[in-house]
Ligand binder design. Structure first.
Ligand SMILES: *Cc1c(COP(=O)(O)O)cnc(C)c1O
Length: 441
């Protein structure tokens, strides 16, 4: 499942003790396992092999150049949501012809740039967007390949902030309206109707919502294929991962604070969906983000203080919500383990960062081994929606990132030097040359 394991009491990433990475690169530090990324990509690719799928890694989950390059070398395509992501993919050696462009708010500049480069298709989310793409393509004397994102109105039963496939969400076009949209779009001369797309949500742990959505959309896809020659059907992403593992036996109790939920595997996903999709004879696209990158990364942090207040023990660490916002944003669970394995009693602890927000925590009332100042903790499953959501809140530098491959390791992003945080700021003239602003009127 992933390549973070204790070896002789030391947490390793593949064959590298994480402690040696900390010595070299400091903390907070993101550490990625290349073998884990590769395994997850290949597992999904193999499971879906009967469909001859195009896997488009969702760049918004982890846009690290080294991660994108790893996946590009494996033959991955990419699901992008901005010009910046497309430029990153190209910089990492990805092929724009394997890119699908999602998002409800594509600007004219972004569409023009993607048209110039040539992508596989735009996943359009509204009629005004289709009209805009057509207009720009006409101006550029091009034909733009498009699909329409259909909102199948299926509840993914996941966290409210990552549910996307119901009519309460801003995404896609209502199932009932899609045929009419294709009919009107077919009259727009500079569009090529290439596919149909859906994405119902993220961190799905059951195959049922996928199955319901595919059962609903597949007949429509077939009809549209016959009418307009669509060639591709994208299922979106959303495969969940295990954040609360009951890990391999022999691991200590705190690896298993809760039993793993029946998790969705690529095999279950494929066993259910392949028979529904194969008869369509379409190119099947999947857009996984979290499934590939989530368990391939950890965030390592140093214990700065242990503070006891009344009933509570606060473990105050040097990472914060600006480095990993998921607990604050999605109430998400991340397993937390020490770099050095230890016995002894477990203590109910809150692991918190230094930022001045009560949302700045990594866990609450969690039974963890006793730690002291100077110890290091690893926050697991931080490879997706981790670094990509990091900010400079509290004028904290963006953390460094390291990639491990077997015995090798390399910094793939240096820690941001502090002055870089304000390098694009300037002062207006009236503040620059006045020592006392009130007198400069
Ligand atoms: C976010 C997103 C994905 C990836 O979601 P995961 O849950 O990380 O797999 C795929 N497709 C679209 C359109 C998305 O917005």
């Amino acid at each position: 499942m992933h390549h973070f394991r204790y070896v002789k009491g030391q947490l390793n990433c593949e064959s590298v003790p994480v402690a040696t990475l900390v010595k070299k690169h400091g903390t907070p530090l993101y550490v990625y396992s290349q073998a884990t990324l590769t395994d997850h990509f290949l597992k999904l690719d193999r499971a879906l092999a009967p469909l001859n799928p195009l896997i488009c890694f969702s760049v918004k989950a982890n846009s690290s150049m080294a991660v994108l390059r790893t996946l590009a070398l494996l033959g991955s395509g990419f699901d992008i949501v901005s010009e910046g992501e497309l430029r990153r993919v190209l910089a990492a050696g990805g092929d724009s012809q394997t890119c699908v462009f999602a998002g409800v708010g594509k600007t004219e500049a972004e569409i023009a740039w993607a048209l110039e480069r040539g992508i596989y298709m735009f996943n359009a989310e509204s009629e005004p967007e289709l009209e805009r793409i057509n207009r720009l393509a006409a101006r550029m004397k091009k034909v733009a390949p498009v699909s329409v994102r259909v909102n199948p109105n299926i509840d993914a039963h996941t966290h409210a902030k990552i549910t996307t496939g119901t009519y309460a969400n801003k995404f896609g076009i209502a199932f009932e309206a899609v045929e009419g949209v294709y009919a009107r779009a077919s009259k727009l001369k500079n569009l090529k109707l290439r596919g149909i797309q859906m994405h119902i949500g993220s961190q799905l742990t059951q195959v049922k919502p996928f199955e319901l959505a595919v059962r609903k959309v597949a007949p429509l896809a077939q009809k549209l294929k016959a009418k307009y020659g669509l060639e591709a059907f994208s299922l979106g992403g959303g495969l969940g991962i295990i954040y609360e593992p009951a890990l391999a036996s022999g691991q200590p109790e705190w690896w298993q604070s809760k039993p793993a939920q029946g998790i969705l595997t690529p095999e279950t996903y494929a066993a259910t969906l392949v028979p529904l999709l194969q008869p369509l004879g379409m190119k099947i696209i999947v857009e996984p983000g979290r499934f590939i990158a989530g368990n391939a990364g950890i965030l390592v942090t140093r214990v700065e203080y242990v503070k006891q207040t009344g009933q509570k023990v606060f473990v105050i660490v040097d990472a914060a919500m600006n480095d990993l916002i998921r607990p604050a944003f999605y109430d998400s669970y991340h397993e937390i383990v020490p770099l050095t394995q230890r016995g002894g009693a477990l203590i109910s602890s809150d692991v918190v960062g230094p930022v001045c927000e009560s949302g700045d925590y990594f866990c609450k009332d969690r039974r963890l081994p006793k730690v002291v100042e100077g110890d290091y903790l690893a926050i697991l499953s931080a490879g997706a929606y981790g670094f990509v959501m990091a900010s400079n809140y509290n004028s904290r530098a963006l953390p460094a990132e390291v990639l491990v491959k077997g015995r090798l390791s390399a910094a793939v992003r240096y820690r941001q030097p502090l002055p870089r945080i304000w390098e694009l700021e300037t002062l207006p003239r009236w503040l620059k040359y006045s020592r006392v602003p009130e007198l400069a009127r």
